[in-house]
Design a protein around this ligand. Structure first.
Ligand code: NDP
Ligand code: OXD
Length: 309
């Protein structure tokens, strides 16, 4: 039994060292080095190259090193019968909640607009909003969305959330399913997308959805680039229906240099770094699953293949 690490972001050694430090008895391979394929029971991956997961005849688990698993479902060559797990971790959720708070505060206190004015040498006051007067709507009330919602409620925001199945979260007004999307959107000042990317949620942030938000609403996409129809966002900003957007994720990452988002004054960007897996914190769940495979026990944080998240 062994774990193979498959990722292309230069972090293989970081993850390998963290695994071996936590459990020196485990055999860990870098997928780029020559290694016996038959002995590999778990692939620990993040945005693997296509076809790299189909060469292990005895693979028992594909473990995403992040919360999202969309990239695994997108690769048609991934065997359909192998369980997929994902990361559920308090730091991953907490870091996302902190990021969303920072983005919302920057927006309601006009910090981005002031930065542009500073660069242009303009001294001008802009009316700010108070937390108590702002309603934040969160799409996706899972591990990240529910904590983000609870935290925003504690800070004094009015918070509502939308998910597939009905949720009960203290301080958060909840909406569920397609039938309740419109009332949710109609009353949301700042929309935060924390949905997984699936066939149902692809392109959900589009012109029709934006039209259902109140005039001057603000959009925060920290989920996946595939949720957003880029042209529809630019159009909604151009006609002044939306007041701005903050994006962490994009259709193509890094975002191509000629993409209009780079120079748009009302779009603020971060480079898909709202919240990242902390190796020390998440390695124990990987190792636990590695041992569960050997014992034939149910895996932690297994993804529902039918739902796609
Ligand atoms: P979860 O699987 O825990 O939660 C997903 C939520 O979305 C659930 O509430 C689910 O509803 C809801 N949902 C799914 N499909 C639909 C649908 N069709 N209609 C309405 N609601 C739907 O995911 P996490 O909270 O752990 O993560 C969310 C996403 O955040 C990840 O998939 C990833 O893409 C992104 N992410 C981004 C990061 C970044 O740095 N930018 C970092 C980490 C994650 P229900 O509860 O009813 O199933
Ligand atoms: C994740 C991410 O899904 O970093 O964990 O986007």
């Amino acid at each position: 039994m062994a774990i193979v690490i498959i990722r292309q972001d230069g972090k293989i050694d970081l993850w390998k060292d963290a695994l071996l430090e936590a459990d020196p008895s485990i055999k860990v391979y870098n997928y780029l080095e020559e290694h016996p394929k038959e002995g590999v029971s778990m692939a620990l991956t993040w945005k693997h190259p296509e076809e790299s997961l189909s060469v292990y005849p005895n693979l028992k688990c594909i473990a995403s090193a992040g919360a999202g698993v969309d990239y695994i479902f997108e690769d048609e060559t991934v065997p359909k019968n192998i369980p997929i797990t994902r990361i559920v971790d308090p730091y991953l959720a907490g870091d996302m909640s902190e990021h969303v708070l920072a983005v919302i505060m920057a927006h309601i206190k006009n910090l981005n607009a002031y930065k542009l004015n500073q660069v242009a040498g303009i001294w001008k006051t802009i009316a700010y909003k108070r937390i108590k007067d702002v309603t934040v709507g969160i799409m996706g009330l899972g591990e990240l969305g529910s904590l983000t919602g609870s935290d925003l409620y504690r800070y004094g925001f009015t918070v509502q959330g939308w998910s597939r199945s009905k949720k009960s979260i203290e301080g958060v007004k909840t909406f569920a399913g397609d039938a309740e999307l419109k009332p949710f959107l109609n009353t949301t000042d700042i929309l935060v997308c924390l949905l997984p990317l699936t066939p149902e949620t692809t392109g959900v942030l589009n012109a029709s959805l934006f039209r259902q938000l109140p005039e001057h609403a603000y959009v925060v996409n920290v989920a996946r680039g595939g949720h957003l129809v880029d042209e529809d966002l630019v159009q909604a900003l151009q006609i002044g229906h939306l007041s701005g957007a903050c994006l962490d994720v994009y259709h193509q990452e890094p975002l191509p240099k000629d993409h209009p988002f780079w120079s748009h004054p009302k779009i603020h960007m971060t480079p898909h770094y709202a919240s990242v897996s902390d190796t020390a914190s998440v390695i124990p769940q990987i190792i636990e699953n590695y041992h569960r495979i050997a014992k034939g026990h149910p895996l932690l944080n297994e993804v529902d293949r039918k739902k796609g998240y």
